[in-house]
Design a protein around this ligand. Structure first.
Ligand SMILES: *[C@@H]1O[C@H](CO)[C@@H](O)[C@H](O)[C@H]1NC(C)=O
Ligand SMILES: *[C@@H]1O[C@H](CO)[C@@H](O)[C@H](O)[C@H]1NC(C)=O
Length: 276
């Protein structure tokens, strides 16, 4: 009986987590800042292709527009923009036909000559992060800034932040003497996961929201608990009937017999309910 309950719980949980497929937005070139006029390819990487995912964006021109509506060239879950303009700057994400959304990427298109290359997705606490200051053709000696405060000059054009922590979150940009400065880009630092991440670059497994788990417990546990209590009561009762020698020999009284029958009926009802 307890096993049935557990199996049922597991089954429902897996059903529900199966409904929450995940996708992540991949971008090529793999950075958040783009030059005006350049080609960009976006793709929703999904863990299950049964759900249709579409690249979607919010820009100042319009909110929540799917690729192919009035921007981009759509082919399934991929979307290409052949000529980026500054008005294409905005938040991009993947949306499923069921309304689920992936995490988003903020893309900034500059009309200037300099961009900052920074991580597209949030970085993990403790990781090293390298920022690069570049034009379309070369990497430049540059000054790096966080939240408009000067950090340092890097003659190589690369600045590495070792063992990032939450306090490293902020807007970063770079400034060159010859070609001007880049737009700012936000860097997000997330806490280390308690369990080891999967070895591949696959998107994280779908997780069941905590409230759903709690809901299962609240809905199914009364069944489990009542079943366990009834079974143990029943066992104790049947063994109890035979323990005292005098009782063992005595035939059950009518009242006792009636109670036991009633109890059997209840058990049958509970069992039926469980196997529905
Ligand atoms: C897009 O814009 C809509 C409307 O302003 C807003 O509700 C939604 O949260 C935005 N989505 C993202 C990912 O920024
Ligand atoms: C977008 O570009 C990629 C890479 O160039 C290409 O493989 C893909 O077929 C293109 N998709 C569309 C919808 O044009």
């Amino acid at each position: 009986m307890e096993e049935t309950c557990l199996l049922r719980l597991l089954f429902v949980t897996s059903l529900l987590s199966g409904c929450t497929h995940q996708a992540s937005l991949n971008i090529s070139p793999n950075r958040t800042q783009m030059f005006e006029g350049q080609f960009v390819s976006l793709r929703c990487e999904e863990d299950d292709s049964s759900d249709g995912w579409t690249v979607t964006r919010n820009t100042t021109r319009g909110t929540r527009r799917q690729c192919g509506a009035d921007w981009g060239r759509k082919d399934g879950s991929s979307c290409n923009i052949s000529f980026m303009r500054t008005v294409d700057s905005g938040v991009y994400w993947c949306e499923s036909t069921g309304g689920a959304a992936s995490s988003s990427i903020t893309i900034t298109v500059t009309g200037g000559a300099v961009i900052l290359q920074s991580p597209v997705h949030p970085v993990m606490e403790g990781d090293d992060v390298t920022l690069t200051c570049t034009t379309q053709t070369s990497i430049l000696s540059a000054g790096f800034y966080k939240d408009d405060s000067f950090i340092r000059t890097e003659p190589t054009g690369h600045m590495t932040i070792h063992h990032v922590s939450r306090s490293d979150e902020g807007f970063y940009k770079c400034n060159t003497i010859s070609d001007g400065e880049s737009p700012p880009s936000w860097i997000t630092v997330t806490g280390k996961p308690t369990t080891a991440p999967p070895p591949s670059s696959a998107p994280p497994p779908a997780s069941t929201p905590l409230f759903l788990v709690l809901l299962h417990l609240v809905v199914f546990c009364p069944y489990c608990i009542s079943t366990v209590i009834m079974v143990s009561l029943y066992r104790r009762r049947s063994t109890g009937n035979y323990l005292p020698v005098s009782m063992e020999m005595a035939p059950p009284t009518q009242a006792e017999q009636g109670l036991a029958d009633e109890f059997d009926d209840v058990m049958a009802a509970v069992t039926t309910e469980h196997h529905l």
